[in-house]
Design a protein around this ligand. Structure first.
Ligand SMILES: Nc1ncnc2c1ncn2[C@@H]1O[C@H](COP(=O)(O)OP(=O)(O)O)[C@@H](O)[C@H]1O
Ligand SMILES: [Mg+2]
Length: 310
């Protein structure tokens, strides 16, 4: 018997009636399960992404029927990538065309499917966090890094040292979080990538993890720019691959090297990365202008070509 998932924003009576009717009239061909987005758990590991609903992997369904996505619609971009990867049909295919959300959870799903090395992570919606807490702790170990999926610039990064910190986190913040294995960072870099090339390399300072909120050791410390060949080729390749997976022409890619193991982890890909708007202290403005010059020169070649052939 085939399996159909009816995925909804809320388990309302009308959706229960719809699912019951589907089952009564399925002629024994399929069994439909009614589940809400709140039941989803995203296990995000390099090359091993799993999206489950009540412990059942979405890849084991024959059809996912999104009856109503509501406020969860922006996660359908990443979910449809997962379903496509496992060749599971879904309604509607138009979900492939909705603007891809660049939140940290959606990006992590897409990067991990494409085997970019990153810290093991879990994502679920707020109402399900406490229910999934034990599983997350058991798998990732403590401490755990919690990041608000829509925040930037170190404003919503927390370190959870025990079970109670999950509750504390929710009291402190109303946001939606992704949970990540804590990496003991030796060095961290920001690679500014433009058009598939690393154009600026910056050394980032290690954060202060003493309190529950992860902060800069010194918020006013000056940026340290390095020569482009100061990091190994693997790190450059990782940064470039990450921007390609997310289809970004311009991005700031954070990569950390772990103490002891020397493993390189992708920490984050920032679209529209922040820059220092001063060409005397930062090479970033020059990099932007060089890149836009390059692109416009290329487009004018294309235009000239079109003029001479038409
Ligand atoms: N899994 C992790 N383990 C340890 N430190 C982390 C981890 N993830 C992020 N950090 C630290 O927190 C900083 C901010 O995290 P990031 O994911 O880049 O979010 P944002 O820059 O949007 O606030 C990183 O630059 C890194 O220093
Ligand atoms: Mg960052």
């Amino acid at each position: 018997m085939k399996k159909v998932l009816v995925l909804v924003d809320r388990l309302s009576l009308s959706k229960k009636k719809l699912t019951r009717f589907l089952n009564q009239n399925s002629k024994g061909i399929y069994k439909a399960d009614l589940r809400s987005f709140e039941d989803l758990l995203f296990e995000i590991k390099t090359g091993k992404v799993k999206i489950t609903v009540k412990n059942k992997d979405l890849k084991n369904y024959d059809l996912v029927f999104v009856r109503r996505a509501g406020k969860y619609v922006r996660f359908m971009g990443a979910i449809s990538k997962y379903l496509d990867y496992h060749k599971v049909s879904f309604i509607d295919p138009a979900f492939r065309e909705i603007g891809m959300s660049m939140d940290k959870a959606s990006s992590a799903v897409r990067l991990a499917i494409k085997k970019v090395v990153m810290p093991d992570s879990y994502f679920c919606f707020r109402p399900a966090v406490i229910k999934n807490k034990d599983k997350i702790i058991k798998d990732l170990g403590l401490p755990i890094i919690a990041k608000a999926i829509n925040s930037q610039r170190n404003t919503n990064i927390f370190i959870l040292r025990n079970e109670e910190d999950f509750t504390k986190l929710f009291k402190k913040s109303k946001k939606t979080f992704i949970f990540q294995k804590f990496i003991d960072i030796d060095k961290e870099f920001r690679l500014l990538v433009m058009g598939g090339k690393v154009v600026v390399l910056e050394q980032k300072s290690v954060r202060n993890y003493k309190k529950i909120k992860v902060e800069y050791l010194d918020p006013n410390e000056p940026s340290v720019f390095l020569k482009l060949d100061s990091v190994c080729e693997i790190i450059n390749k990782m940064a470039i691959k990450s921007t390609k997976v997310l289809n970004l022409d311009i991005a700031g890619v954070d990569i950390a090297i772990e103490k002891g193991t020397n493993i390189n982890y992708l920490i984050e890909v920032n679209k529209g990365p922040g820059i220092i708007p001063n060409s005397k202290t930062s090479p970033e403005l020059k990099a932007f202008s060089d890149y836009i010059n390059l692109i416009t020169e290329r487009t004018s070649i294309l235009c000239d070509f079109r003029l001479t052939t038409s």
